[in-house]
Design a protein around this ligand. Structure first.
Ligand SMILES: Nc1ncnc2c1ncn2[C@@H]1O[C@H](COP(=O)(O)OP(=O)(O)OP(=O)(O)O)[C@@H](O)[C@H]1O
Ligand SMILES: [Mg+2]
Length: 343
């Protein structure tokens, strides 16, 4: 497999690129991005164990806190905004308090929510983790409650989304599709997104539906699923990358490989490997892929080469994996992290 440590040659290349990378990060706040995404609300309810119930053999928790954070495609949206971009979101929520929570989190971050369509017949996709702790003891998850619908959204909702995307794509510098398989991505919405010449697709499955997109960012299992190739060594990684370029007609395929970093395959045959920048303070890798997609999108909007874009994506991922749950980072944090990496 491609070497996965930060060797001297890589660090030298990074050092040469440092001024340019910093200039690109500064440009992030000029970027205008439209994100179509399967939106999720992540909820964390925590309480202290009080006693055993008399109704059933279950623990009773005394509620302490509820935390709500954007998840799934909403995490990609939130990451873009926290990185300084001007973001417009298109997606679906239900007519419920979870949907309203998501909308207010977005609005507080300055995100344009005009493209969020309310479908009265489905819940906002929500994952609620209930965790408890005994007095002065560690907190652990006890159960997770998911709200979601397996039915595709009605045609009217898909048409409304597609029309919004088609209307707003021309004024954006990039369109991001964050597809978690929850119903936003119909043939109509995909076609509307692909009218743009710079499209970034982060999809769990069905990559071939996005023919001709600029770049796909599958993680390792997604790349294996889409290519039908088990990635076990350098040769099979290469085969999978090439197979995905053929399958999707994309300009670039970026396979994110967890603690092995990421590998970029270009249509012209070039391959770039970037090792994970931080493998010691890893706390929770949830949502790191969304951060990669968001950051490389902004780098591309700022005129970066693809190598610069994936290096910045990787840098951002190295920061969010230090935090619990999905997380975001900022222009200032990226710059500090770059300096620290090169010290
Ligand atoms: N264990 C880890 N150690 C160091 N870096 C990591 C680790 N896991 C992930 N990363 C960083 O995050 C990037 C993306 O991770 P990964 O391939 O797991 O994405 P993902 O599975 O799509 O994530 P998600 O779908 O939860 O957003 C990696 O390329 C790497 O830079
Ligand atoms: Mg992912």
């Amino acid at each position: 497999m491609p070497q996965d440590t930060l060797d001297r040659a890589f660090l030298d290349r990074l050092r040469d690129a440092e001024p340019q990378l910093n200039a690109l990060i500064d440009q992030f706040s000029e970027a205008r991005v439209l994100v179509a995404g399967d939106l999720t609300l992540d909820e964390f309810l925590t309480g202290e164990v009080e006693r055993i119930s008399r109704e059933a053999p279950v623990v009773i928790l005394r509620h302490e806190s509820t935390r709500q954070i954007p998840g799934g495609g909403a995490n990609a949206v939130y990451n873009l905004a926290k990185l300084g971009a001007q973001v417009t979101v298109a997606g679906i929520i239900g007519a419920d308090i979870q949907g309203e929570a998501l909308r207010s989190i977005f609005q507080a971050a300055g995100i344009d929510t005009a493209g969020i369509v309310v479908d009265r017949d489905r819940p906002t996709v929500t994952k609620t983790r209930i965790s408890g702790h005994a007095r002065q003891s560690v907190t652990q998850q006890m159960v997770r409650v998911d709200r979601k619908s397996d039915a595709p959204p009605p045609n009217a909702v898909s048409q409304k989304l597609a029309a919004f995307i088609a209307d707003h794509a021309p004024s954006a510098q990039a369109v991001v599709c964050s597809d978690y398989g929850d119903g936003v991505f119909s043939a109509a919405t995909i076609a509307a997104a692909l009218t743009h010449t710079r499209t970034i697709v982060d999809a769990q499955a069905g990559l071939d539906r996005y023919q001709g997109a600029t770049i796909f960012t599958p993680n390792l299992p997604e790349a294996e699923l889409a290519s039908g190739i088990a990635i076990v060594d350098t040769a099979s990684l290469q085969q999978a990358g090439e197979a995905l370029l053929t399958l999707t007609g994309a300009q670039h395929i970026l396979i994110t490989r967890g603690d092995d970093g990421m590998t970029l395959f270009d249509r012209d045959g070039e391959v770039h490997h970037v090792p994970a920048f931080n493998r010691t303070d890893v706390f929770d890798v949830t949502g790191a892929g969304d951060t990669v997609a968001a950051t490389l999108t902004l780098a591309m909007c700022s005129g970066a080469t693809l190598w610069e874009a994936i290096v910045l994506g990787n840098l951002a991922a190295s920061l969010v994996v230090r935090h619990f749950g999905t997380a975001t980072t900022s222009q200032a944090e990226l710059k500090t992290a770059l300096t620290t990496l090169l010290e």
